[in-house]
Write a protein that binds this ligand. Structure first.
Ligand SMILES: Cc1cc2nc3c(=O)[nH]c(=O)nc-3n(C[C@H](O)[C@H](O)[C@H](O)COP(=O)(O)O)c2cc1C
Length: 367
């Protein structure tokens, strides 16, 4: 019998050959938002990873929405051409059925930062910083920039920027779009009462706080009707009085009703005060609660790096898909590892075929 992790799944008409996803991972290696040679290597490598769903990193819908000067974007013709070129190359080497998605995003008050390997944190005056934006004029932390709270007309323009980027994603050849409504970036800044203290129709009740993500989802669906649409949500702030599971279930139902086909259930990222209990599979229960509460397919993520652990999550119906991030950086053939562990066939590019027995040998030796 085929392992649960290797059962195909169809989301809004898009077929995935298995339940393994590469989680989105910023590479901070773009040139004014355009994919570079690093991305060419990285996407081609992930195309051969054995994951049926490759979610490319957070991709910003406007220049000021980038976390760093090196973040990927889809806000210019150059960005679109570079994405198409890179994606075409990845497709040429991809395992059969592999689907590629872009994670559309805006960093809001967490923009204008240094790259992690330059120390992270807000850019200094001599590092070409820019004015950040958010729901309210509340800085992420002490020493961080106070964002400009978006006016009504600026919010409508922002929704249009997401639609423009979605059109570019469709033209560039992506199979699906994932909205980044997690980790304390702009969409989540509107969702969480910790960062949204507006008194207009975009703040206050959960209906008002989720208006932005719902309007963006509707605009993106309309702009890129051929692409499957999913979303990633921080299900919890892990701060008393913050966004929590009950809110997430409301958001999930509203997104489901406007055609969002899956929800990747992550958490945190919006407050330095968060008490996040990290450990193996620490967010799986969130995917399970949202799946049950909202009746939407979910993707679990967070310290899932063991194929048997991933298999159990899907087999027990706790989530529909499992996303893996750091383990794919450590082992870009993690999908092969999962197949060998669970007794499923590996589908290598012919040039890599002689490595299959090596992987099988490693798995057997590790017991
Ligand atoms: C280098 C790196 C970059 C990341 N960039 C993103 C990103 O662009 N978008 C996002 O939603 N999460 C991002 N994340 C979070 C991962 O997608 C994932 O949720 C997290 O690493 C937990 O999964 P893991 O334990 O399998 O690594 C990033 C993580 C890493 C390690």
């Amino acid at each position: 019998m085929t392992a649960a992790l290797f059962q195909p799944i169809t989301l809004d008409g898009l077929d995935f050959p298995n339940r393994i996803a590469v989680a989105p991972m910023c590479q901070y290696s773009a040139d004014d938002g355009s994919a570079s040679d690093w991305h060419l290597y990285h996407w081609m490598n992930l195309a051969m990873s054995g994951a049926g769903m490759v979610t490319v990193e957070m991709t910003d819908v406007e220049r000021r929405g980038r976390i760093t000067h090196g973040c990927l974007g889809l806000y210019s013709d150059d960005n679109e051409a570079a994405a198409r070129r890179t994606l075409d190359a990845a497709r040429r080497v991809a395992a059969p059925g592999t689907k590629f998605g872009t994670q559309l995003a805006h960093a809001g008050r967490k923009a204008s930062n240094r790259k992690p390997w330059d120390g992270g944190g807000p850019l200094r005056p001599d590092e070409d910083p820019w004015q950040t934006v958010s729901a309210s004029a509340i800085a992420y932390d002490t020493g961080w920039n106070v964002p400009h709270p978006l006016e009504e007309d600026e919010i409508l323009q922002l929704i249009e920027r997401f639609a423009d980027a979605a059109r570019r994603a469709e033209r560039a050849g992506f199979d699906f779009i994932e909205l980044h409504a997690a980790h304390g970036y702009l969409i989540f800044q509107f969702l969480s009462p910790l960062s949204n203290q507006r008194a207009d129709r975009w703040g206050g009740s959960i209906e008002n706080r989720m208006r932005l993500v719902v309007e963006i989802a509707k605009a993106v669906k309309k702009a890129a009707p051929r692409l499957m649409l999913g979303a990633r949500l921080s299900v919890k702030d892990w701060v008393d009085g913050g966004f929590d599971v009950a809110d997430a279930i409301e958001v999930a139902k509203a997104l489901r009703d406007v055609g969002v086909a899956y929800l990747c259930c992550s958490s945190g990222g919006n407050s330095p005060l968060q008490k996040l209990p990290s450990g193996p599979g620490y967010q799986v229960h969130l995917a399970e609660e949202v799946r049950k509460g909202a009746g939407i397919p979910t993707r679990a993520v967070g310290l899932i790096d063991n194929p048997k652990q991933a298999e159990a999550i899907v087999a027990e119906g706790r989530a529909d898909i499992v996303a893996v991030a750091r383990a794919f950086l450590a082992d870009p053939r993690w999908g092969w590892r999962a197949a060998a562990t669970l007794g499923e066939p590996i589908q290598p590019a012919p040039q890599l075929a002689r490595a299959v027995t090596t992987m099988e040998h490693w798995i057997k030796a590790a017991g």
